[in-house]
Ligand binder design. Sequence first.
Ligand code: SF4
Ligand code: SF4
Length: 342
Amino acid sequence: MLTPPQRLQRRLMLRLVPKMERWQGRMEATVPARPGVLRAGPTSPERVNIMARSAQVPEMHAPPGFPRVVPQLIGSLRGIKASIDEIDDNPAQPRTTIEGSELAVLEAFARSAGALSIGYATVPSRLVFKDMAVLYPNAVVLTMEMDKARIDTAPSNAAGLAVHETYNHLGQVSNKVARYLRELGFATQAGHPLNGFALYPPMAAAAHLGGRGMHGLLITPEMGPTVRIAAVFTSIENLPIPEGDNPHAWVSEFCDHCRLCARKCPVGAIYTEPIKHPDGRLTCADDGKCLPFFATHDGCTICVAVCPFNTAGYERLHRSVLASGHRKAVAEHTGGASAADV
Ligand code: SF4
Ligand code: SF4
């Protein structure tokens, strides 16, 4: 039951969010309208617009810490606008090959701007969101860590603020990297981490920046699942895109034995067996169940906080798995039996 101030907040949200959605939609529609872009494929997923879907949840109102989130949210919206507006600054005849030395300087630049890890991936059209497009099928993929101490308090105002700070900061980094590449003569499109144009976790896994957890998030060697992802789509055709098996693929087998996020999710939004989405993707996370709780509990993030890749860390888990196998490693680091044993 909402209090009178909460009802007022809700009325304001219901007026503002559709306006913001239309504003963003008009901007984003300019990208598929450009010639030669990579459009969504027939099985591409629909993007979950978190704000719009959250506003549809009947109990949704601004959480107590919301005023502190507002500047971060405004920063993210500005970043999204800049990422689209600045496409017009691309050179008319962009370069398509980059020297190794230029790439090394680019990576150092991205790290100094705040990126945690940098990788490279080809983007298949099936990863471009429905009705959207990206300028090029080659991408620089960037991750940024969230403040682990605050994420560990999830669900809380502090954790929600940490998530939005990372969206905003990483969005700025992706715009900086896009501008840097433009100055070198390449054409680029920055992909903001909030409401991007393509599905980032599989792109990041293809770039070998981490493995995919049962909760659907990227699990990185540096910060486990406590990261956000962005991308910069670029005219560079000789990016060092990794070939062969992802060295982080062992994460999935660990998840099969762990399943802690599925047990701890308050609304059962993580399944132990993959579900088939209408677009054909197989995942264990059900956005439809997650979002109402996510929207009314400060961005939830419980599945990130409890994940042993967050609590124990990737390297410790990997050493345990190599020394004693998945079952024992899971038992050791989750304080219980492997899910395969129960
Ligand atoms: S909590 Fe366990 S099952 Fe879930 S993603 Fe983390 S390791 Fe995998
Ligand atoms: S964010 Fe919360 S509700 Fe959503 S899947 Fe994770 S634990 Fe479940």
